[in-house]
Design a protein around this ligand. Structure first.
Ligand code: PHE
Length: 357
């Protein structure tokens, strides 16, 4: 029995896995196992001998059984340890940065200029991109046969056959929002209206769809001086320079009187644009005092109220600020371009934190 015990306990200790253990269990304690065979011989013994041998065999059987269980548990523990080692993960490692997309320069610039004008008390207004002929032209003192209509290279919407009303247009500028904002918000009023506009034009600096921001301020005594200050403040904040110089050039728009186009002083050296210095001038916007007929068309009494208006190309100032040479690339949806010129998705421009930081 000692030999049997030694043989099985060594076998159990050396078993490499559960199936080896099961083989040993069957060889010792299975129906045809060695211990079971010895148990079967007890019946032929005389009672005294049977008592002694039976007890000893039971002890041996229990010992082997306990050794089997212990080894089985140890094998399971070892397997778990091995798995834990293999599936180990360092939770203190910094996460890999994941791209959540980039903000298009046009969106970035819209956020920037909204922050700057909000700081000066301007709210944001919007209007439809498919606009009626009246809002886009007539209300802005551009009657049907006016030559300005041709200059706008307008896209016209279809009317149903037999419907002879003037067709709707894709708005050619953000100026119709002047009228809409006055109609819904009344006077006094300070709003900007950024958005998409459309003209049939396509070259390095023109695309059939582009962006403008309109701005109007209306009160009892608003003047060109207010316009000049607002635009200078805007340009200083937007281009993030200490000083800018603007040049107001007499011009003509049907919806402003007087009218001025505004240029900003800049320099081009080695293909690098610098704002606020140099001997070049870059046109950035059209502006003027709102025409009395425009105020009247919006239901405002021009003998009581007056205001300035300006319209600025957003894509144009984005190109200037961020050194983007070709406007067409803005609308090609090339991810490589976006990753190069785009902005982090979670950085919101604000005046205190830095606009384009
Ligand atoms: N709407 C004009 C344009 O497209 C710009 C402008 C707006 C001029 C407001 C004067 C006042 O080009």
């Amino acid at each position: 029995m000692d030999t049997l015990k030694a043989k099985y306990l060594t076998g159990i200790a050396n078993a490499a896995d559960e199936s080896a253990l099961e083989d040993i269990r069957l060889a010792a304690l299975g129906k045809k196992g060695e211990i079971s065979a010895l148990m079967a011989t007890l019946g032929k013994m005389d009672p005294d001998q049977r008592k002694v041998r039976g007890a000893a065999l039971n002890v041996l059987k229990d010992e082997i059984d306990a050794a089997l269980r212990a080894k089985k548990a140890a094998l399971a523990d070892a397997a778990l340890d091995a798995r834990l080692r293999a599936e180990w993960l360092d939770v203190t490692l910094p996460a890999r940065p994941r791209r959540v997309g980039t903000i298009h320069p046009v969106s970035q610039v819209m956020e920037e200029l909204t922050a700057i004008f909000a700081d000066m008390g301007f709210a944001v207004a919007e209007g439809p991109q498919v606009e009626s002929d009246w809002y886009n032209f007539d209300a802005l003192n551009i009657p049907p046969e006016h030559p300005a209509r041709q200059e706008h290279d307008t896209f016209f919407m279809h009317r149903a056959p037999g419907d002879n009303r003037p067709p709707h247009v894709l708005r050619t500028h953000t100026s119709p929002v002047q009228i809409r904002a006055l109609q819904t918000l009344g006077t006094p009023l300070r709003v900007i209206a950024p958005g998409r506009v459309y003209r049939m034009d396509m070259d390095q600096t023109h695309t059939p769809m582009f962006h403008q921001v309109e701005g109007i301020a209306i009160d009892r005594d608003i003047s060109m001086a207010n316009l000049k200050w607002v635009l200078e403040e805007f340009c200083r904040a937007f281009f993030e320079v200490d000083s800018v110089e603007l040049r107001f050039r007499a011009s003509h728009f049907p919806f402003t009187e007087p009218s001025a186009e505004v240029d900003i002083r800049c320099s081009w050296e080695g293909g690098q644009l610098k704002i606020g210095q140099g001997d070049k001038w870059m046109e950035i916007l059209g502006s003027g005092m709102m025409h009395p007929k425009v105020l009247a068309a919006a239901g405002v009494d021009p003998s009581q109220w007056q205001g300035f208006a300006f319209g600025m190309g957003i894509d144009r100032i984005a190109m200037l600020k961020y050194g983007i040479p070709d406007l067409r690339a803005f609308f090609e949806s090339d991810l490589r371009w976006l990753r190069h010129y785009g902005f982090a998705a979670l950085d919101m421009p604000d005046l205190a934190g830095g606009l384009s930081a």
